[in-house]
Design a protein around this ligand. Structure first.
Ligand SMILES: [Cu+2]
Length: 228
């Protein structure tokens, strides 16, 4: 009896193994070739050669982003990106002040105050996205989608101190620096790209960067003079 049970067990085991091998083969065969490429990364620091006299200056309000071929539909990242971003209004302040989003993502505008606000948007000059100007009741929410890369200034006409910037970017490869100015962008497909740092008081600074498979490239970016 013990022998029969043993044989049955072995047969089941080998069938299971064969099934598993078949499954693994199918998974391997279905994997797109692009997924086999290893990614690289970029790390660095954002610094300011000049400190602007503006009271609203926050060094961490910078955005670092990559542009170049193959980034907009890089495998494995498009699906992972959250497609909704929130621009809140708390204590007569837009939160966050700087909101980077991917083109085509939904931006949710929420009035978290008990006071009437107003959302007035101004585009970066290319007129690629539809701008709007509307009042917003306390506690209410509405959404808008910006389809093209742009830098959009957001104001409240009722409270002049309320300012925000929505930076619409072409892909998910962007970030904001930490308190010490350091940043990192990882999971980048190998290639040659432009890396740009943006700040509302300085504009943009860009350099070319080569990202190699399985490697981390160091790039420091320095803002020189504030915009006039
Ligand atoms: Cu307001």
């Amino acid at each position: 009896m013990a022998g029969i049970r043993y044989k049955t067990g072995r047969k089941t085991l080998s069938l299971l193994l064969m099934g598993l091998a078949g499954l693994l083969f199918l998974v391997a065969a279905r994997r797109p070739e692009a997924d086999d490429r290893q990614t690289g990364g970029i790390v660095g620091r954002i610094t300011y050669a000049t400190v602007p006299p503006d009271e609203s200056f926050e060094p961490t309000d910078a955005v670092v982003y990559l542009t170049g071929e193959g980034l907009d539909d890089a495998p494995g990242v498009v699906q992972a990106e959250p497609r909704v971003s929130l621009l809140n209004q708390i204590d007569y302040t837009f939160v966050p002040r700087v909101l980077p989003v991917v083109a085509g993502a939904e931006v949710r505008f929420h009035n978290g105050d008990s006071e009437l606000h107003n959302i007035h948007t101004f585009d970066g000059g290319r007129r690629v996205n539809r701008m709007f100007n509307r009042s917003q009741l306390p506690g209410s929410t509405f959404t808008r989608t910006f389809q093209e890369p742009d830098s959009i200034l957001v104001r409240c006409d009722l409270h002049s101190q309320m300012i925000a910037h929505i930076l619409v970017l072409p892909n998910v490869f962007h970030t904001m620096p930490g308190d010490d100015g350091s940043y990192s962008v990882v999971g980048v497909p190998p290639g040659r790209y432009e890396i740009t740092a943006w700040h509302e008081l300085f504009g943009r600074v860009s350099v070319t960067v080569d990202v190699a498979s399985g490697e981390i490239t160091a790039v420091d970016l320095t803002f020189s003079d504030p915009l006039e």
